[in-house]
Ligand binder design. Structure first.
Ligand code: GLU
Length: 374
């Protein structure tokens, strides 16, 4: 199983954390980057297509600016990233040059990907770059990304990129050996788990808290990323990127790192995008009959099953759908605005036109635009 998943892929997303690129020091570690580039070049020569998601802009900028402390305020972070991003790309160019590979920079914000046209455009660009034999290197556009439009961290970004790039494998390179059943820094009995079959609540709890001092992500964000990638049918392999030659060793079948198996049922690209890339703006509370129809039978959400609408949103927004217990069990793109839903909730679809004077569709959320939580 492990061998098959790690061999039969065509396209891979490799996420490289700041803690790896800096070798835990403060600037970029050129020797380490040269080693990584050599391993990626070998993958390319084996016919694999590689997309890199790289952190390290802030770390590189901090070194250049001679900042002792990690920048704290948003303008400080953005300014430091602006200084560091070009240095980061320069370091990648130097690392890949001896192997004859060209790199390309893609800076994204969540807003870019939340727009379906821009998402598809970015996808076409990545495809074209790979067609040219170029290695795309993606980072968050830190200089313009504020909280509302942020991916949060590059672990999450890498999971969304598996869908964007339509990859079959996600590799997260970090500065520890893999996923442990407890925090190895504080618990000497912590055991490395080689294969996580399912990301259960227990796994998520075991991941809580472990953090590196350089990157923004910890173990929790990596497990969350593996879960998201898994919902797209993509397995995640987590490896210690500071260990020379480990990529080749794991792909050759050696049992290093942690492999997270994908979910049994995977979402289509568009549904995965609705579930994970779009931001939700409001809530719809439905009755028990609608809950069963949506979750159990994959039906569309009709106005008759809606009990309450919360928040103010337009037609086309992504909205959370909750049962009587107020817990979200699915989300989707609405065909009507919150004020229109307020007017027609509890009514039959046949009455929509009479109430509003027009009708877009019979459904509030069509089943093609609805994703039930895993
Ligand atoms: N985009 C940030 C950087 O390049 C890193 C974000 C992260 O590591 O999660 O410095």
């Amino acid at each position: 199983m492990r061998n098959e998943l790690l061999k039969n892929f065509r396209r891979i997303v490799i996420k490289i954390g700041s803690g790896v690129l800096t070798g835990q020091g403060s600037g970029l570690d050129d020797t380490l980057m040269a080693g990584l580039a050599g391993q990626v070049a070998r993958l390319r020569r084996d016919g694999k297509e590689v997309v890199i998601v790289s952190s390290g802009a802030i770390a590189a900028g901090r070194r250049k600016l001679g900042l002792e402390e990690r920048p704290r305020t948003i303008p400080q972070k953005q300014a430091t990233a602006a200084v560091g991003q070009s240095r980061l790309m320069h370091a990648y160019e130097n690392a890949f040059d001896p192997h004859g590979f060209t790199v390309a920079q893609l800076l994204l914000t969540r807003d870019d990907l939340a727009n379906r046209h821009r998402f598809l455009n970015a996808r076409a660009t990545i495809d074209t770059l790979l067609g040219y034999g170029v290695i795309p290197i993606i980072n968050e556009n830190d200089t313009v990304a504020v909280d509302e439009i942020k991916f949060g961290d590059n672990d999450n970004l890498s999971a969304l990129v598996t869908n964007l790039a339509d990859a079959q494998l996600l590799m997260i390179l970090t500065d520890i050996d893999g996923f442990y059943d407890a925090d190895p820094r504080s618990n000497p009995d912590a055991r490395l788990i080689h294969t996580v079959k399912k990301i259960t609540r227990e796994v998520e709890l075991a991941a809580g808290g472990t953090g590196s001092t350089v990157g923004t992500g910890g173990m929790a964000t990596k497990v969350a990323a593996a879960k998201r990638a898994g919902e797209y049918g993509v397995p995640t392999i987590m490896l210690n990127g500071t260990q020379p030659g480990l990529i080749a060793r794991v792909l050759a079948g050696e049992e290093v790192g942690t492999l997270f198996l994908p979910a049994g049922k995977s979402l289509t690209s568009r549904k995965h995008w609705i579930a994970h890339t779009l931001r939700t703006t409001g809530r719809i509370i439905v009755d028990a009959g609608a809950s069963a129809a949506l979750a159990g039978h994959g039906r569309s959400l009709l106005p008759s099953g809606i009990v309450r609408v919360e928040g103010s949103f337009d037609r086309g927004a992504c909205v959370r759908v909750c049962g009587a217990d107020e817990v979200e069990f699915c989300r989707g793109i609405v065909d009507y605005s919150s004020s229109e839903i307020q007017a027609i909730l509890g009514h039959k679809s046949g009455e929509i036109e009479e109430i509003l004077g027009y009708r877009y569709s019979d459904e509030i959320i069509h089943r093609d635009n609805l994703v039930v939580a895993a």
